[in-house]
Design a protein around this ligand. Structure first.
Ligand code: IPE
Ligand code: MG
Length: 225
């Protein structure tokens, strides 16, 4: 979700206003996801690198997250959306941690869709954490290093049971991965749009799905259709 700041700047508004409109886009995309029957949505809401932003903006974003849960938590439950979080949970403000934990627990069963929030998330850190976990197991003699495969690494990532994304959408025209799901995106289709995140709504989401549907995915093999 990129371009909140530029969206606001274009209108002479504060960056926080851009983030507020961005939160509305989250709701719109969640509606579209349910309509389309997409079962997993991961939103890159805050990266490990975002902590270096001015204190006011970081606080504003955390506050917005808190407000979002208060206002729309019930709606998520009613719509059978399970909430999960990936990233450095402990670095988030205590109040935000509590609200997230409550909603994760309440939505853990009876769900059809999964919303994953990447919060204080960095992909290299995730892979390093997986390496650490594997190293610990080998040091304790629980795992033979010779048996470590791609699957072993995948099984030690933050959410090993979540399937790899099929489509990665990046808004605001940036052509970067920005440390997002580097391992998991190996075979994902990439879709980049110039639209700023606060303007990315149902219509834009369906457009992305449409383009995705026309791509021929071969996974390194040959064309079959
Ligand atoms: C993305 O919008 C929102 C978050 C990182 C939370 P930006 O804040 O990066 O917007 P730009 O890139 O300054 O336009
Ligand atoms: Mg940005």
């Amino acid at each position: 979700m990129d371009g909140n700041g530029r969206w606001a700047q274009q209108r002479g508004l504060s960056r926080l206003k851009g983030h507020e409109q961005g939160a509305e886009s989250v709701r719109a995309v969640l509606r579209a996801v349910r309509q389309a029957g997409v079962r997993y949505l991961t939103l890159y809401a805050f990266s490990t690198e975002n902590w270096i932003r001015p204190k006011d903006e970081v606080e504003g974003l955390m506050n917005l997250l808190s407000i979002f849960i208060d206002r729309h938590g019930k709606e998520l439950l009613e719509n059978k959306i399970r909430l999960r979080v990936m990233g450095q949970f402990d670095r988030l403000p205590r109040t935000v941690q509590k609200k997230l934990a409550q909603l994760m627990e309440k939505s853990a069963e009876n769900y059809e869709y999964t919303l994953i929030l990447a919060l204080s998330y960095g992909s290299r850190l995730e892979i390093a954490d997986a390496a650490k976990a594997i190293a610990r197991k080998t040091a304790r003699g629980e795992l033979d290093p010779e048996t470590v495969t791609e699957e072993t690494v995948a099984n030690h990532l933050y959410l090993p049971d979540v399937p790899d994304p099929e489509l990665m959408i990046r808004t605001s025209g940036e052509l970067r991965l920005s440390n997002f799901l580097l391992w998991q995106l190996s075979y994902a289709e990439l879709y980049v749009t110039d639209v700023f995140w606060p303007d990315f709504r149902e219509k834009e989401f369906f457009q992305a799905l449409e383009v995705f549907g026309r791509r021929g995915r071969r996974y390194g093999g040959v064309v079959t259709k």
